[in-house]
Design a protein around this ligand. Structure first.
Ligand code: NDP
Length: 381
């Protein structure tokens, strides 16, 4: 365990903690592993006509190996083309498992050589949050399209630099907002535009889990940028925005800590409200101290939508008014990566571009500002 007061946390330490993250994911997410889905014949998809985007995964941790690499076995317009890892055993193991030749496997030190690797069209940055900006910018400068996990970065300033770097190098930038390719969330997003139940009147949203690994990089601001708000609360922010189809004009927030030693640099639990121009208020909370995971939307005709669980990779359940959802199996990640490929090759725009990540970061910064100043109302207008 690191000295919680020390900022000198080595990479070796965090990689060890990251390995434990696999167990953490199984613990807090409690859903079937994706390998099982990959073997489901119903999910074996035929390739689609058109070029396939060659994606290199940067950072072979819980999400890259547990979800993204298996999803890339289900995609129609994208494929796994390279690996970037600081851990030699992972480079060897996953190179073999996914049949990636050594010439397409990189370390962080050799990362920039991907500029000469024509098999790799895009880099998917799946590193700790504070490393997103650096590796996204390096990927853009190597002439590769960028997909970056959420949160896009750890500050508005970093997000802006990433957008500028991608523009300057003529490559696209997307954030790993997988729920833009989930049918439950699509239905709520559509309802905000077509108003079958009338306008939204209020929203409640929550996403948290109990952090068991107290040495994890997520608890150290220098690598995470923040606590549960940055990590999973961001899904509540996203949902409030797309369920209203509006942008918030102000936020208020409060932070609570029961264990200041563990949560010495990030929040333990945070509650916040987002005010929208129509008068809708979204009441949200997120925590590393308890599990919660629900989205509730009230509409003006007295119907409601409720997703619970709301934000998982799979197993989302819920309704929109009288419609009870039953969408069956699907891979949010495969659908998202294919959509990014279609945006690049066919010109069909994505909804997960850098501006989307930047807007969430503006809201996150405002929420932290409010929480750190006794819950003052922070305007976003
Ligand atoms: P992990 O800790 O499991 O993996 C991160 C990987 O980054 C490590 O395994 C390691 O890979 C690499 N790494 C490089 N430097 C460091 C360092 N100093 N400390 C720790 N790891 C390092 O994290 P997750 O996979 O859970 O999260 C990665 C990113 O993905 C985060 O930004 C997170 O927010 C996002 N995420 C998104 C999800 C979604 O649903 N969209 C779900 C889960 C995570 P290597 O050994 O190969 O170098």
């Amino acid at each position: 365990m690191p000295d919680p007061k020390s900022n000198k946390l080595t990479r070796r330490h965090f990689v060890g903690a990251a390995g434990a993250g696999l167990g953490l994911a199984a613990l807090y997410y409690n859903w079937p592993r994706n390998e099982k889905e990959t073997k489901n014949p119903a999910l074996q998809t035929a390739p689609e006509a058109g070029p396939s985007l060659g994606i290199a995964l940067a950072g072979l941790g819980m999400y890259a190996i547990g979800e993204l690499a298996p999803a890339l076995q289900q995609t129609k317009r994208s494929h796994l083309a390279g690996l970037i890892s600081g851990t030699s055993s992972k480079r060897k193991k996953y190179g073999k498992e996914y049949q990636i030749d050594d010439q397409h496997i990189y370390t962080y030190e050799t990362f920039d050589q991907i500029a000469d690797d024509d098999a790799i069209d895009a880099v998917y940055v799946v590193l700790p949050n504070a490393m997103h900006a650096e590796y996204s910018i390096r990927a853009a400068e190597a002439g590769k399209h960028v997909i970056c996990e959420k949160p896009m970065a750890v500050s508005v300033a970093e997000c802006e630099k990433m957008i500028d770097a991608c523009k300057a190098n003529g490559v696209t930038l997307n954030v790993g907002y997988r729920l833009h390719h989930d049918p439950h969330h699509d239905a709520l997003r559509e309802a905000a535009k077509t108003l079958p139940l009338g306008p939204v009147t209020s929203i409640q949203s929550e996403f948290g889990f109990r952090m068991k690994d107290l040495s994890h990089w997520r608890l150290h601001k220098e690598l995470s940028g923040g606590g549960p708000l940055m990590d999973v609360g961001i899904y509540c922010i996203q949902a409030a925005r797309y369920c209203t189809d509006e942008e918030p004009i102000a936020v208020t927030a409060r932070e609570y800590k029961t264990d200041p030693e563990t949560y010495y640099s990030v929040e333990e639990t945070i509650l916040w409200e987002m005010e929208f121009p129509s008068g809708v208020v979204a009441a949200c909370h997120s925590s590393y101290n308890y599990r919660c995971e629900r989205l509730y939307v009230a509409y003006s005709n007295y119907h409601t939508a409720e997703l619970s669980p709301a934000y998982y990779y799979r197993g989302i359940e819920g309704n929109l008014g009288k419609e009870v959802f039953d969408f069956g199996d699907h891979s949010q990640q495969a659908a998202h990566m294919d959509a990014i490929s279609r945006s690049i090759y066919d010109g069909i725009p994505t909804t997960t571009g850098g501006e989307e990540g930047l807007q969430d970061m503006r809201i996150i910064e405002a929420i932290y500002k409010s929480a750190q100043n006794g819950g003052i109302r922070v305007s976003l207008a």
